[in-house]
Design a binder for this molecule. Structure first.
Ligand SMILES: O=C(COP(=O)(O)O)N(O)CCCCO
Ligand code: NA
Ligand SMILES: [Zn+2]
Length: 283
C-alpha cells in the first residue's frame, strides 16, 4: 500500500531498524524493488532523483510507482530524492508523492532553514513528510557533485537548530559517506552519529550507502540510522548482469529477455540490503 515516508520511518525509529530507499528511473528497477519488498516482507521507500524525473518524465514514473505501490501488500512510500529546485518539489507534491527531500544543503544554514521550513509547512498541509540535509555528502552522481574537500560533516548543534526550526520529519546527515563508488574504504564518524541521534531523536538518513561495508552499515543502524539510500549498487548489479548475458548470448534481441534477467539481478541485491538493514519481516 502507498503510505507516507514518516509512517514507515517513525516505526523504524521506534524499533531501531533501517528501511532501504532505492532509486528508480524505469519499469524494471521499480519492479525489482517492489518484488524484493514483497518477498522479504519489508517496508520500502522508492525514490526518484531530479535526474530520474528528467529521464522518465514525472507523470510517467509517478504513475508506474504509485500503481505498483497501491497494489503491493507491503508499505511503500514514493520519495523525491535530492529535490534541489523548489518548483520540482511542488510538482512532485502535485503528482501524489508521499515524501519529498528539500535538499538546500548547498545554501548557507539560515537559507537552508528558510526554504526547508516553507516546504515542510506546504507538505505537511498535504499530509506529506519531508527530508532535508545538513552538512555536505561528498561524491559525484548525476547532478550531485560535491568536491571531497568541500564535503563537510554535519555539526550536531547546527543539526539540532535546523530540526527544531524547520520541523523536518527526517534528516540526512554527513558522517563520511559519499555518492557513487568509493575509491578507498569510507570511514564513518559513529561518535558524531550517536551524538546527533541523542540530541535530535528523529529518524536519520544515510546517503551514499552503496559500497559501505556491511559491518559499518549494521553499526550505523544500531546508532540510529533509519533510512538508507542505495543507487550505485543497483546500477552496478544491472550492468554486471547485462554484460554477462550479452557475452554469453550474442543472438538475443528481445528486450524482455535482456531486461528481465537484469531485473532479477537487481532484485537479489535489494533483498540482501533489506535483510542487512533489519527491514525484512517488518511490513
Ligand atoms: O545517497 C544516494 C545513493 O548513494 P550511492 O551512490 O552510494 O548509492 N542517493 O541519494 C542516490 C543519488 C542519486 C542521484 O542521481
Ligand atoms: Na556510495
Ligand atoms: Zn543522496
Amino acid at each position: 500500500m502507498l503510505v507516507t515516508g514518516i509512517e514507515i520511518l517513525e516505526k523504524a525509529h521506534k524499533e531501531g531498524y533501517a528501511v532501504g530507499a532505492f532509486n528508480t528511473s524505469n519499469l524494471e528497477i521499480t519492479q525489482a524493488i517492489v518484488e524484493a519488498a514483497e518477498e522479504t516482507k519489508s517496508p520500502v521507500i522508492i525514490q526518484v532523483s531530479e535526474g530520474g524525473l528528467k529521464y522518465a518524465g514525472i507523470e510517467t514514473i509517478s504513475a508506474i510507482v504509485r500503481t505498483m505501490a497501491e497494489k503491493a501488500s507491503v508499505p511503500i512510500a514514493l520519495h523525491l530524492d535530492h529535490g534541489t529546485d523548489f518548483n520540482t518539489v511542488m510538482k512532485c507534491l502535485r503528482n501524489g508523492w508521499t515524501s519529498v527531500m528539500m535538499d538546500a544543503s548547498k545554501l548557507p544554514l539560515e537559507e537552508n532553514i528558510k526554504v526547508t521550513k516553507t516546504v515542510v509547512q506546504i507538505a505537511h498541509g498535504m499530509g506529506v513528510s519531508v527530508e532535508a540535509e545538513i552538512g555536505k555528502i561528498g561524491g559525484t552522481e548525476d547532478n550531485i557533485t560535491v568536491d571531497e574537500r568541500e564535503a563537510a560533516m554535519t555539526d550536531p548543534q547546527e543539526a539540532l537548530k535546523f530540526a527544531k526550526e524547520t520541523g523536518v520529519d527526517y534528516l540526512a546527515i554527513a558522517i563520511g559517506t559519499a555518492h557513487g563508488p568509493y575509491k578507498g574504504e569510507p570511514k564513518l564518524d559513529f561518535d558524531r552519529l550517536k551524538k546527533i541521534k541523542e540530541m535530535l531523536n528523529i529518524p536519520l538518513v544515510l546517503h551514499g550507502a552503496s559500497g559501505v561495508p556491511e559491518e559499518a552499515i549494521k553499526k550505523a543502524v544500531s546508532l540510529g540510522i533509519n533510512k538508507i539510500n542505495i543507487d550505485t549498487d543497483i546500477r552496478q548489479a544491472f550492468a554486471r548482469r547485462l554484460r554477462d548475458l550479452l557475452e554469453k548470448d550474442s543472438e538475443v534481441y528481445d528486450p524482455r529477455k535482456i531486461l528481465g534477467p537484469c531485473r532479477d539481478a537487481m532484485k537479489e541485491v535489494i533483498k540482501q540490503k533489506m535483510i542487512l538493514f533489519g527491514a525484512a519481516g517488518k511490513a
